[in-house]
Write a protein that binds this ligand. Structure first.
Ligand code: ADP
Ligand code: MG
Length: 267
């Protein structure tokens, strides 16, 4: 992603799935931390009123939030906060974002607010390589803002029954965003999360996903790993909490696969 032929500015990835509890926030935090470990400068944008990415990264003091960035024109330099992880910055969220979805409706530029915010001149000074947007569990206007702002969408898919069910609606939303606002929006890939290799169901869901989605599914699979679920209560990415865990290894592999895919595409 430090490819000099790539257009200036960070690569923006929306992490989306309208189902809750599928691993969006976990993937945002840990993919972000893994990219940082590899030397990239990463910004996480918490776009979920639940603020789990903010809590999980240990940012409790949130003077300004994504709400202020979108609706109050607060400057980027005021909303971007450092986290405990080197090179990992955050725009935090709080519950005030829950009213944004409604307030956005009356705004003429309602779908473009995040897009425009993340392209303010001032962002260059931070020299971010990657921006990861942690979406809410809904296909609402916040998620649409993320898709309009992004170059691509990364979809975490929980290795459980019904996992594929909501995907067609998600794909439809992506298609609508392409038609209306962001023709170049790509699908970065689908990543299987909470995978249990001993469970037939996990294997079946994976086989289904690969049969239906082919190369869109990352080869890397994120295993169900207790260290991954413990890490947020210590306000750390799993890479910092237990860097030798299977979860940490999986997120490092995902980061590598994602970078390799992008380099191949750029070549
Ligand atoms: P979402 O953001 O899609 O709602 P989360 O990332 O918050 O989902 O994950 C839901 C729950 O599952 C959280 O409690 C999280 O700690 C747990 N979890 C996510 N990924 C894993 C994993 N690979 N292994 C174990 N627990 C996980
Ligand atoms: Mg979440």
């Amino acid at each position: 992603m430090s490819d000099p032929t790539r257009p200036a500015g960070p690569k923006i990835i929306a992490i989306a799935n309208q189902k809750g509890g599928v691993g969006k926030t976990t993937t945002t935090i840990n993919l972000g931390a893994a990219l940082c470990e590899m030397g990239h400068r990463v910004l996480v944008v918490d776009l979920d009123p639940q603020g789990n990415a903010s809590t999980g990264l240990g940012v409790d003091d949130r003077p300004y939030t994504t709400y202020d960035l979108l609706l109050d024109d607060v400057d980027l330099s005021q909303v971007i906060l450092p986290t405990g992880t080197e090179n990992l910055s955050l725009i935090p969220a709080t519950v005030d974002l829950s009213s944004a979805d409604i307030e956005l409706f009356s705004n003429e530029k309602r779908s473009f607010l995040l897009h425009d915010s993340l392209r303010q001149k001032g962002i260059d000074a931070f020299r971010f390589d990657v921006i990861l947007i942690d979406c809410p569990p809904s296909l609402n206007l916040l998620t649409v803002n993320a898709m309009v702002a992004a170059h691509s969408v990364l979809v975490p898919l929980q290795s459980e029954f019904f996992a594929l069910e909501g995907l067609s609606q998600l794909m439809l939303t992506i298609r609508e965003v392409r038609q209306s606002a962001n023709p170049d929006l790509r699908i970065e890939g689908v990543v299987m999360t909470m995978y249990d290799a001993r469970n037939n169901l996990s294997q079946q869901v994976e086989a289904d996903a690969r049969a239906n989605l082919g190369d869109l599914v990352f080869r890397t699979v994120i295993p169900r790993n207790v260290r991954v679920s413990e890490a947020p209560s210590y306000a750390l990415p799993v890479l910092a909490y237990d860097g030798s865990s299977k979860g940490a290894a999986a997120y490092r592999a995902l980061a590598q696969e994602l970078l390799a895919k992008n380099e191949k595409r750029a070549a």
